[in-house]
Write a protein that binds this ligand. Structure first.
Ligand code: UDP
Length: 476
């Protein structure tokens, strides 16, 4: 066989959170669809989901050392931990994965490692094997580049209130300052990213924009590879990330009779847990808006919805809410088939925390957003969606919070949420323009993965680049 044609052997190591596993396995599937040998290294929980959702991927399973760090046995996904102490333990356990994964790599050395930047140790592992490492961080380049600008201006943190991102290709006004601790952690991740051979981005060039890509590559000297959107890989009705508590049929039966663009889908991803009083405001806003809705309320440690007393329930849901809204609304207490819901023509708006996967899933489905960022990259993602691409309206959230750092101080009120819902779902000129831009961008997203599209071409170039590296190494 011609050396150039020999498939690459790639090992992917996704971080153990649905928001990281889902997109990186989508990217891994793209490599596999081009005939490359892909192995995903993961833990038993994700292995059972991936066996069904991503049959083209080989899996290598390592145990998650929950007990070694004092977490209950069986905790293997980040969304299962909601307080600061357990979040720190979870991270510590993820660091301990270095040993079994290095052992596997020594026995089965790949040509390239594709690792989440949360695994800082992956850099050493790749260096020891003298192979390239590609980094993955889960957010768009726009947000990574914006964070970099913010990090390199420490004076920004000595003040409060809104600010314009300095030295950035777009004039973007942020509503408030990120917490110092969050910026310090992002700085740490960025350093790991910049030591890699390149950055894999789950987005497409037309969404981040060429000006942003050039800005990142020029200011860092680092290469970014836009290969997404990963959510367009595979079928929309696959189970992903976690097991759904509601069947696809139930969702479709509920959505099918609803008019086009009449339903608001409300979900804040896998790790954001709002306090009861904020959930209460959301419930009131949905009812006041008069719009139909599907509202996902994730399970939270210590909160078991099934056995909840009326008194407990009324802390987060107004009395009689479910009975009054039986026709208009569907509340899902747990995990829902998000891709399937977003793809339904009845869904006309997505009230979201702007997690990057959710945002990209909305973009590819052509569903405009009502943005409500909560932490990390979400505040930057919001700006890409609203101010830069014009495919959403802001709810007006200003409070950045780290997972587990106490209750949020500021409530987003029912009236504010209702206003944003009506702005997008009301059908006025602004809403129609947003909807038109969303549909155009969805079309570009699909084209990017087709033969000759921007992401398709980048993947071709990246595979050729990695093959060249491998072959030059074996020639020495
Ligand atoms: N998701 C889902 N069903 C749910 C909640 C989330 O399928 O009920 C998926 C969603 O489609 C997305 C991922 O989980 O792919 C969440 O990732 P995102 O980056 O949006 O947010 P995070 O959970 O990381 O905050």
């Amino acid at each position: 066989m011609d050396l150039q044609q020999r498939p690459l052997k790639l090992h992917f190591i996704p971080y153990l959170s649905p928001g990281h596993v889902i997109p990186l396995c989508g990217i891994a599937t793209l490599f596999a669809s081009r005939g490359q040998h892909v192995t995903v290294i993961t833990t038993p929980y994700y292995a059972q989901i991936l066996r069904k959702s991503s049959p083209s991927l080989q899996l290598h399973v390592v145990d998650f050392p929950a007990k070694d760090v004092g977490l209950p046995d069986g905790v293997e996904i980040k969304s299962a931990v909601t307080d600061l102490a357990d979040t720190a333990k979870f991270y510590q356990a993820a660091m301990l994965l270095r040993r079994p994964i290095s052992h596997f790599m020594d026995q089965h050395p790949p040509d390239c490692i594709v690792a989440d930047t949360m695994y800082s140790w992956a850099d050493d592992v790749a260096n020891n094997l003298r192979i390239p490492r590609l980094a993955f961080n889960g957010y768009p380049l726009f947000s990574g580049a914006a964070m970099k600008c913010v990090i390199s201006h420490p004076e920004l943190h000595s003040d409060t209130g809104p600010f314009v991102i300095p030295d950035f290709p777009h004039r973007v006004t942020m509503p408030s300052r990120p917490p110092k601790m969050a910026t310090a952690f992002m700085d740490h991740l960025l350093k790991i990213e910049l030591k890699s051979h390149g950055l894999i981005v789950n987005s497409f060039a037309e969404l981040d924009g060429e000006e942003c890509i050039q800005h990142y590559e020029k200011s860092t000297g680092h290469k970014a590879w836009h290969l997404g959107p990963a959510c367009l890989v595979g079928k929309r009705d696959q189970e992903r990330g976690e097991k759904s508590v509601v069947s696809q049929n139930e969702c479709l039966t509920w959505l099918d009779p609803k008019p086009t663009n009449s339903v608001v889908y409300v979900s804040f991803g896998s790790v954001c847990h709002f306090p009861d009083k904020q959930l209460y405001e959301i419930a009131c806003a949905l009812e006041q808006s008069g719009k139909s809705f599907i509202w996902i309320v994730p399970e939270k440690k210590g909160k078991e919805y099934e056995n909840e007393s009326e008194e407990e329930k009324e802390k987060w849901l107004p009395k009689g809410f479910e009975e009054r809204n039986r026709e208009k609304g569907m509340i899902v207490k747990g995990w829902a088939p998000q891709l399937l819901i977003l793809a339904h023509p009845a869904v006309g708006g997505f009230l979201s925390h702007c997690g990057w996967n959710s945002s990209l899933e909305a973009v590819t489905a052509g569903v405009p957003m009502i943005t409500w960022p909560v932490m990390a990259d979400q505040f930057y993602n919001e700006k890409l969606i609203t101010e830069v691409r014009g495919i959403g309206v802001e709810v007006g959230a200003t409070e950045w919070r780290l997972v587990g750092y106490g209750e949020r101080e500021k409530l987003v009120t029912r009236d504010t949420i209702e206003t944003a819902i009506k702005r997008l779902m009301g059908g006025g000129d602004e809403a129609q323009n947003i909807r038109r831009r969303s549909e155009e961008l969805a079309e570009k997203a699909k084209q990017s993965l087709q033969e000759g599209g921007s992401s398709h071409n980048r993947l071709t170039t990246l595979i050729a680049d990695l093959m060249r590296l491998r072959d030059s190494k074996s020639a020495t």
